[in-house]
Design a binder for this molecule. Structure first.
Ligand code: MG
Length: 241
């Protein structure tokens, strides 16, 4: 993977004179945890229970939307009306229950190696997730000891808009105390990529799921890589900048 062309286009597009990453901003689902297959199955099944066809691919395309928006998108597309609040609540509760029953904590292969290498190199690390589980920090500390604390996390509790709005990544820049051209976003979803790019940050998309690379590059990703392992193999290049 040749990062130099991607960096040149990033600088040309943003007008920044230089790119020198000091902070790495990580999405969680589909990046630090291989959790998207469980979300996809759960959404598909919950929609099927109310007669709405919503494929696993649809779930990946919509990753990052709130439960309410996801249900309304599906209803509008297929039933040509928005869902009622009652329908939204029931479908989302059903999805959450299915997800709880099937999901396992699967760390993304090579995420630990990437995080530890960055930490050793003195880079700042910030988690930026639309998730709002209360147990998030203890789960993260179990999987990635010594990396995350509330000071370097932006969750659904912190933001008003959420992805694809740039707000969560702008907050992450503030937490890290860096400028947009001193950071790298690592995302797996088109809406997350839009948020990173909207904040003028160099955005690496990891295609860890069932999307086409085109879904991520058309969202504006500066680089699309097939896996966290591929990012790990290329990390030294980013650390030299
Ligand atoms: Mg994600």
């Amino acid at each position: 993977m040749d990062f130099q062309n991607a960096i040149d286009s990033y600088l040309e597009k943003t007008g920044f004179p230089s790119f020198s990453p000091k902070a790495f901003l990580f999405d969680m689902d589909g990046v630090l945890y291989d959790s998207m297959p469980f979300h996809a199955k759960a959404w598909k099944e919950a929609f099927a229970h109310v007669g709405v066809a919503f494929s696993e691919y649809d779930v990946y395309l919509n990753e990052g939307r709130t439960g309410k928006t996801t249900v309304n998108e599906a209803f509008t597309a297929q039933l040509h009306r928005e869902a009622t609040d009652d329908e939204i609540q029931r479908i989302y509760a059903d999805k959450a229950e299915i997800f709880m029953s099937i999901s396992r904590t699967n760390p993304m292969p090579f995420a630990k190696e990437v995080l530890e290498t960055l930490k050793k190199s003195g880079k700042k690390i910030v988690l930026v997730t639309g998730s709002g589980q209360k147990s998030l920090i203890s789960k993260l500390n179990e999987t990635y000891p010594g990396i995350f604390s509330p000071e370097n996390m932006v969750t659904s509790f912190d933001v008003k808009y959420g992805k694809p709005h740039p707000e969560p990544y702008l907050m992450a820049l503030q937490k890290a105390g860096v400028q947009p051209n001193e950071a790298v976003v690592v995302e797996n979803a088109p809406l997350g990529v839009q948020a990173g790019v909207g904040a003028n940050i160099f955005t690496i998309a990891l295609n860890t799921g069932i999307l086409r690379d085109e879904d991520l590059s058309s969202a504006g990703a500066n680089v699309v890589l097939p896996s966290m392992e591929e990012l790990y193999s290329n990390l030294s290049h980013l650390l030299e900048l």
